[in-house]
Design a protein around this ligand. Sequence first.
Ligand code: C2O
Ligand code: CU
Ligand code: CU
Length: 431
Amino acid sequence: PKTVSGNTSLVTQNTSEALLSASKVNVLGYGEGILGPTIRVKKGDNVNINLLNKLSDHSNIHWHGLKIPADMDGHPDQMVMSNESFNYKFSVNQQAGLNWYHPHVHKSTAVQVTQGLAGLFIVESDEEKSLALPSGEFEVPLIIQDKRIASDGTIKYSPTMMEIMSGYLGENILVNGTHKPFLDVSTRFYRFRILNGSSARIYNLSLSNSAEFYVIGSDGGILPQPEKVKNVILGSGERLDILVDFSTMKVGEVVSLKSETFFTMGNAQGNQPFDILAFNIKRQENNTFKLPSTLIPVPKLPSTSIKRVFTLKMDMMSSDGMHKINGKVFKSGRIDETVTLGSTEIWEFDNSTGDEAHPMHIHGVMFQVVARMGGRNVILPHEKGWKDTVLVAPGEKVQVAMTFEISGKFVFHCHNLEHEDDGMMLNFEVK
Ligand code: C2O
Ligand code: CU
Ligand code: CU
């Protein structure tokens, strides 16, 4: 068993200029420092992790993307009190992919995640291995987050009313907890496994030299085939698996992963480009990797006539929370939807009258995006495989299909953590 403990330890971020007058930043951590260990398991493995909560507040762990029994899922009703522990035990029986873990405390998820509690959980499989994708030092996980750091060396989290509406945005962009990071690379293919672990920030990921790259996977694993793109808009909670071919670039060049401007998300986001991670092209290497033309097939789900519609709306006058799904805010203990075990359903997230983006996430399942109407109007390249979080832009209705294979009580919610904490979350029970 692995022991993961949360404590308020500190981490030195010896970063440059902009990042504050404080040289040390106080963070929450699983173990030591910001962000928890990257956990790697193989499909079929049994996992046994003990959470010892040394925070003064209650917490828990949700395993975002894992299809595991409801009592291990870290539902907001399953709290681990201060100085208590909980043993998470489950087996992993799903396709290879990049998942993550973080607390799921109603009204405090954002503050705990923003202050440092999050980590990656990678599932591997033989099927994925057989693709011989770049591995070892050429497979690089990247957690992208934005933070505000106060002069007293704390990660500041105190959203204003306006920020609860549009989302908290930090002016420091960190990758794997590092400010202004760089990576030395050689002229070959690299695999980057990206998590948008930000509270609310949406990134329009692209390369500074406008080179194309290949999306090979998203939240729930590998796509049926590589998708060549120039940019991908990634909402909070979403993951992206990409291949970048540095053999088309020259030694001595610096190319950045950046966020390009975008104007489709309706709020203050996207009006400014910025760099995320600099790639220093350092070494010449003969590239031997060949991009496969097909990857891992994504099975078609059984067709279904069961459809539920969830209207996403803002209610400024509400005293119990402004962000609502079907007119409701989260209430512990109330079951909002009941689903039959084994059934396949289509859920439609309707943001057609909204003016904010909502990355909608469902626990306990992986879904497929089957339609987007209005707004961007298409199923995007990174949405062609299994997903658990889908970005619903203002003016859009997005339909997802899934089969409910695990019984019990789960939540679904907006993964803009300000919206989630504001109540944009409902319970559903599978039985
Ligand atoms: Cu990553 Cu319910 O959340
Ligand atoms: Cu989740
Ligand atoms: Cu939202």
